[in-house]
Write a protein that binds this ligand. Sequence first.
Ligand SMILES: [Fe+2]
Length: 293
Amino acid sequence: MNAQSAKHGAAAGNITPDRPDWTIDQGWDNYTADEHAVWETLFERQTKLLPGRACDEFVQGMQALPIGADHIPDFRRLSDVLIKQTGWQVVAVPGLVPDEVFFDHLAHRRFPAGQFIRKRDQLDYLEEPDVFHDVFGHVPMLMNPMIADYIQAYGIGGLRAQKLGVLPNLARVYWYTVEFGLVTQAEGLRIYGSGIVSSYTETVFALDDASPNRIRFDLERVMRTNYRIDDFQETYFFLHNLDELLELGRIDFAPLYERARRQPDLEPGEILPDDEVIARGTGRYHSARHPAK
Ligand SMILES: [Fe+2]
């Protein structure tokens, strides 16, 4: 799936939460056989595609968790394993939640996961994060201590960025790391971003297609870079190692926000003279989809 909310929040529809933190019961017993079957379809095809494409940390996380093909995972069982490993839990939410609610959960090591699953005619595209994106895509990475700390730091940073009025800059960092990040590993470029790893079509596009740029991650540059919420990314940013996220979690972003604010935003497909580019994309996919006006 490639379309989480630009701001993680802004609950869709007119849902009124029963609880102030917007959590709901997963209601695992209420999933229908068809909903479990949709999970199975998604799980099977993604699992076939990911060897040699997903990063080692994702594969290790997946292996250690009670996530399989035969049914939608039970969040309580996931949390039992996760909490022992990195102190995280998975909590169910109805869909998108307000930003401050989202950040507060992350700041307390609770990952809000969509309780619902997409319909069979939405296998490749969905506007809101569902249980497949959130659990298959995110939860294995939360088993990794670096990602676990980084996402918590993002939650704390999000609450601060909201007060400073710089949330769009921070959201770009999350987008181009947690959701759409790539990392170089011994055998080549691999995926760690949950938005890619949970999407059949974007997994192929991000790694194998000639269209997108693949550029070395640079924090200030990414803070200025717009992204697409309704389509594949035009640029993917790669790290040399997931350890870099540890550093990112420790940096004081305040002076960087100031500098980013004084410079123009960058278009998603733009390449700068200073960029370390390992693949300059042809841009063909997006120029066909979004012709210049
Ligand atoms: Fe996500």
